[in-house]
Design a protein around this ligand. Sequence first.
Ligand SMILES: Cc1ncc(COP(=O)(O)O)c(C=O)c1O
Length: 480
Amino acid sequence: MAGLTPDQVQDARRGWAVDAKTRALLHVAERLVEARGRVQDDELAAARSAGWSDAELLEVVGHVALDIFTNYVDHVAETPIDFPIAPPLATALTPRGGAREARGGPPGWSGRGRPIGLPGGFPPGPGGGRIPAMTTTRAAELDWANLGFVYVKTPWRYQAEHRGGAWTGGELVEDAQLHIEEGATSLHYAQQCFEGLKAFRHPNGKAHLFRPSDNHLRMASSSARLLMPSPPESLFLRACLETVKANLEFVPPADSGASLYIRPLLIGVGDNLGLRAATRYIFRTFCSPVGPYFKGGLKAVKLRVTAIDRVAKSGTGAYKVGGNYAGGLMATQEAKQAGYDEALYLDPIEHRYLEEAGSANVFGILPPRTPGGPARLVTPESPSILPSITLKSVLTLAKEELGLEVERRRVSIDEVPSFAEMGCTGTAAVITPVGTVHHAGKDTVITDGVGPITRKLYDLLTGIQRGKLADARGWCVPCE
Ligand SMILES: Cc1ncc(COP(=O)(O)O)c(C=O)c1O
């Protein structure tokens, strides 16, 4: 007997506006998977007495686990559930043998398997329920305010190829699959790099990319490091702009707090076996509307220093290449299992100096050197850190708008207790306050809220990105 299918679980966790009762079922399943909170006995009892067998509940648990581990999709448990869970769960579930009719619900459900047994369930879809899994989402159905940082497929992507020593002009394509040779160097030898940038809808209704030329520069340096031809800036910008324009309805509304994330990707392809650079490359940009990376808006996160090295001293840490991330998955998993939000890396030589978090740079705020002087923003300098475009923007704003003293230098882990505030910066993380750092068996609590300087930097940065503050430096590039 099937409860929710894996596709239904995935869709629900990707911000579909599912009913509160479905969210409640997922909530219990997610708590079982992640052990973030204890599942109350009465919640389980309610599910059972409503007719769900343990096998059915476990099946949903399995789908949630699959989604978390294969797609790195955080739980939706933080999504506000507009009623207390335990008692309504009992009434939310239709007793076995009761009506299991599907009624209403968002399009895009796969329709495979049995209809779920929840009142207000989902239609089988046209063609007798044969909508393919992960169909392209309809923008009108998205619940902008509750999007997570998860993939929502949009209709168009842009693709160009490098062959015979030259780039093709590229074109918009609908096919979300890549058809590449089994011997492709990107698959075997990680000859690939990528980027991440965002488009924001400004109050005038127009979509704007944030500092796309900086992403191009970084892709150029990553590709050079891996002996790949970089797309020229004109191609990179055209691909990003065309991708946004073709998927314009997926650029979230100005006041939603969400944005359109664009993922440029460069991979080595072609028939190959031995260890060498490819002779053919694909450059593609695709996009997805996203909400916050760390749920809960400006909420302090907890980082856990890991003994794992993300990169080597003279390795590829300063480049945005996939291999750096595969090696870090375990550190992130360990941090999460220990109850933290993300791993924090130290330098790979002495394990003493701060490097960065899983996908964000870090900074700390130190008190003024002399009474009445400016506060100091300190951020680690290291050859193995990925240079963050968000951090670059933050450093400019800290200096030029807030008059802070900015220090880029080696920062010892022992300095963390003297930080008045700490934050991480990234396209996905924006500016996220760091509340706690775990190191050598103990937690250092920096703040349990949002420090005043972090708040000011966040307001300045997001104000510019979202077109609410003047863009004096030309960081926002209109797409239309
Ligand atoms: C390892 C790492 N560090 C830092 C960042 C932040 O860089 P940016 O602000 O350019 O997104 C990212 C994200 O791209 C990252 O993956």
